[in-house]
Design a protein around this ligand. Structure first.
Ligand code: HEM
Ligand code: HEM
Length: 211
């Protein structure tokens, strides 16, 4: 029996009780991840400002750490939280079968149809326990972006000790760009994700209370 099924049985002893949509491990790891990501983004922007890759910098008010050294301290502290928490989420997602049940298969035709329905305001949100094809694609995509940002981050953190990893990204400079674009993808996801959570408040409620 999966961990999730055991959990459901424990928290819903009486028959008519609503089924749990997000078990506690999903909710706890999700919110730890959200916090760690915000710290990584804010401190990352401050690090970027010390030596910009592009002809722009991030406004000081939305960065974290005050200056380069302060930002690096935040970045290197929160990265452990992010990486360990992410490992727990992915391990349980695979072990409990949640990823298999909720995130796959992703069929291109369904993604197009659901995207069209979403943009014309016709997408149903009645059953929060089933993700539509666009949600599946975005969630799998952001999980993969999380893997890429952690690996590219390690590659630019220890480019000498982890030189094989750095080489996989095409060297230090290329790994820096990969790291930056993975950040941009995650921030882009986050904007859409938070807007959707606010447009469908019961989904936010379920991610906090479980149902
Ligand atoms: C295990 C996870 C991570 C590690 C080890 C890591 C490591 C690093 C390191 C060493 C730098 C400094 C690069 C330099 O000196 O130029 C850096 C920069 C940066 N990080 Fe991370 N990072 C991680 C995760 C993240 C995450 C999750 C985000 C945001 C979603 C992020 C965003 C950034 C940004 C925007 C920069 C500045 C880019 C640049 O100008 O090179 N990092 N990171
Ligand atoms: C702080 C802002 C955030 C809010 C308000 C928020 C809200 C939510 C809500 C309401 C859900 C359930 C939505 C649904 O039924 O589709 C959800 C799921 C999810 N969120 Fe977030 N989220 C935030 C940050 C993040 C971040 C930073 C990431 C990753 C970079 C993320 C990744 C995910 C993933 C992968 C799921 C699906 C989890 C699963 O079912 O296993 N979220 N979020």
């Amino acid at each position: 029996m999966s961990i999730e099924a055991t959990h459901d049985a424990v928290v819903t002893p009486a028959a008519p009780a609503q089924a749990v949509i997000h078990p506690a491990w999903v909710r706890v790891t999700h919110w730890i991840n959200a916090l760690a990501m915000l710290v990584m983004i804010g401190s990352g922007w401050q690090i970027y400002n010390a030596s910009p890759l592009f002809p722009f910098v991030f406004p000081g008010g939305i960065t974290l750490g005050g200056w380069l050294a302060g930002a690096l301290l935040w970045h290197f502290a929160a990265m452990w939280v992010l990486a360990v928490n992410g490992l727990v989420y992915v391990a349980l997602g695979l072990a409990t079968g949640r990823f298999r049940r909720k995130l796959v298969p992703i069929r291109p035709g369904e993604v197009l149809a659901d995207a069209k329905a979403a943009l014309t305001g016709k997408l149903a949100h009645e059953d929060l326990s089933v993700y539509n094809a666009v949600q599946k694609l975005l969630y799998v995509g952001v999980i993969l972006a999380g893997v890429v940002i952690i690996l590219s981050g390690l590659a630019i953190w220890k480019p000498v000790q982890l030189q094989e990893l750095t080489a996989v990204f095409g060297g230090y400079d290329a790994a820096r760009y990969v790291h930056f674009f993975a950040m941009a993808a995650i921030v882009g996801f986050l904007v859409v994700h938070v807007v959707m959570a606010l447009l469908v408040p019961k989904s936010l409620r379920a991610m906090i209370l479980g149902k």
